[in-house]
Write a protein that binds this ligand. Structure first.
Ligand code: NAD
Length: 490
């Protein structure tokens, strides 16, 4: 049994309470590791270390170019550990090694992108309407950042937070999900090897209710970057408001994947399957509402079933496996309860609808017809391999159904009409619209949610902006100091 310690101020340490959290492999159902259970006291030490590293340590004095160079060095070291880290993630979250391997090999590219942005943060020189004065603006790091991540793609999501934060000059306290902490700890150890000063990146492992909430209420944390459920996001937003922290929230979704009768059917079928069965549906961008134009509904469902039936469930470590287990017992219970909800609402499972005997936490890929957009199965995030098919008549109705949701993370459109592609892209209320593709993402392109799917966005140049604040500096180089009792404007 392996044991993973937290990283505070460059040291590997256990929680101050001496307790541990067990980590279970969702495929083998075996506890394979223990992880230190952090406390409020540990959070205080980590935040103090991060604050010190920024104010007094070498990090704060380093040029942005030197910071970028350190990040590049980290990317190179991390690349050497990609396979090992991917295997740890699979052991923890049961997602396919094929997918986690791809993510981990991609992460160094993300780091290089943000390393390159470190010394491209520029201030401005506004033209000033005052004689004898000069003003300029500086972009400064917000300060200590709390980064809180979920269990579905631990390192990919942590990278999207830590790297723009470091490029901006911030320091970080990272809290991974209590279900999948091991890879984050191993990843963070590499910062020391890359030559990062102690305290710049800290990891405190533990539960949301103690470590998470201690971070979001700590007065020395300036920003919280959170990815998780809308339930968790709301708690974070409320807590952060008390000390006026800024937040980025990447939350859940109930994304519409819309198939028009002029689509390339073979592509749309693949897009529908990848939208919901990849990662066993445990992705925030899952295309869990499949809107199909009525004129092709029956034909499309038939083609969809032909492909979905071929999905091979099994050991996520094997190349041949296409659908792995559900990651956590509470999530497994949640998916099962939604299968009951759907059946109770009159939805008809034309595929799956039950648990699978491949393993304890497996759910069959499930396709439901007879779904309408008012049903709970169409309104609430399941986060599992459960697809509801909703027919529509025309473009107007598709837009109405697609936007009739509290969420707005992603959406897909399958059509060969350019006019329709642009019309839909404008009309859909979601942070991402994919046309003739689904689940595409890149560090170059902003990603964020509309409505209850989030606040702010990650990725792209604007991600660095979100870890900066702006300061205006006024220099009087020749004007008389004015009447002290009257504020001068203009
Ligand atoms: P979760 O909200 O239960 O937990 C996420 C993280 O927040 C965990 O580290 C948890 O310990 C912590 N946390 C929970 N309550 C907290 C609190 N009150 N204060 C501070 N921290 C707290 O989410 P989850 O079940 O781990 O992840 C699944 C959810 O994440 C889904 O809803 C999914 O859609 C969403 N998600 C969103 C994105 C995105 O980019 N929009 C990406 C991946 C996952």
């Amino acid at each position: 049994m392996e044991h993973f310690q937290m990283i505070i101020d460059g040291q590997s340490v256990d929680g101050s309470g001496g307790e541990v959290i067990e980590s279970t492999n969702p495929y083998s159902e075996q506890v394979w590791a223990t992880v230190a259970r952090g406390t409020e006291e540990d959070v205080n030490r980590a935040v103090e270390a991060a604050d010190r590293a920024r104010r007094k340590g070498p990090w704060g004095q380093m040029t942005a170019t030197a910071r970028g160079a350190l990040m590049r060095r980290f990317a190179e070291i991390m690349a050497e550990h990609a396979q090992r880290l991917a295997e740890i993630e699979v052991r923890d979250n049961g997602k396919l090694l094929a997918e986690m391997g791809l993510q981990l090999r991609y992460i160094p590219q993300i780091i290089h992108y943000f390393a390159g942005l470190a010394d491209k943060v520029e201030g401005t020189v506004p033209p000033i309407d005052r004689a004898g004065h000069f003003t300029y603006t500086r972009r400064e790091p917000v300060g200590v950042v709390a980064a809180i991540t979920p269990w579905n793609s631990p390192l990919m999501l942590a990278t999207s937070k830590i790297m723009p934060a470091l490029a901006a000059g911030c320091t970080v306290v990272l809290k991974p999900s209590e279900f999948t902490s091991a890879s984050t700890i191993e990843f963070a150890k590499l910062f020391k090897e890359a030559g990062f000063p102690d305290g710049v990146v800290n990891v405190v492992t533990g539960f949301g209710k103690d470590v998470g909430s201690a971070l979001t209420t700590h007065p020395k944390v300036a920003k919280v970057s959170f990815t998780g459920s809308d339930y968790g996001g709301r708690a974070v937003y409320e807590a952060a408001a008390k000390t006026f922290k800024t937040v980025t929230l990447e939350l859940g979704g109930k994304s519409p994947n819309i198939v028009f009768d002029d689509c390339v059917m073979e592509d749309a079928v693949k897009g529908a399957v990848s939208g919901i069965f990849a990662a066993s549906g445990q992705t925030c961008i899952a295309g869990s509402r499949l809107l199909v134009q009525r004129s092709i509904h029956d034909q499309f469902v038939e083609r969809l079933l032909d492909l979905a039936r071929t999905a091979k469930l099994g050991d996520p470590m094997l190349e041949t496996t296409q659908v792995g287990p559900i990651t956590t017992p509470p999530q497994y219970e949640k998916v099962l309860s939604y299968l009951e909800v759907a059946k109770g609402e009159g939805a008809e499972p034309v595929l799956g609808g039950n648990t699978s005997d491949v393993g304890k936490w497996f759910v069959e890929p499930t396709i439901l017809t007879g779904v309408n957009n008012n049903m709970r199965i169409a309104r609430e995030e399941v986060f599992g391999p459960v697809l509801g098919i909703i027919p529509f008549e025309d473009e107007e109705e598709a837009i109405e159904i697609a936007n009739d949701t509290i969420y707005g993370l992603a959406s897909g459109v399958w059509t060969q009409s350019m006019k329709r592609a642009f019309t839909m892209a404008n009309a859909l209320e979601a942070g991402t619209v994919w046309v003739n593709t689904y689940r595409a993402a890149s560090f170059t392109t902003p990603f964020g949610g509309y409505k209850n799917s989030g606040v702010g966005s990650e990725n792209g140049i604007s991600a660095v902006e979100s870890f900066l604040k702006r300061k205006s500096v006024w220099i009087n180089y020749g004007a008389d100091v004015p009447n002290p009792f009257v504020m001068r404007i203009g």
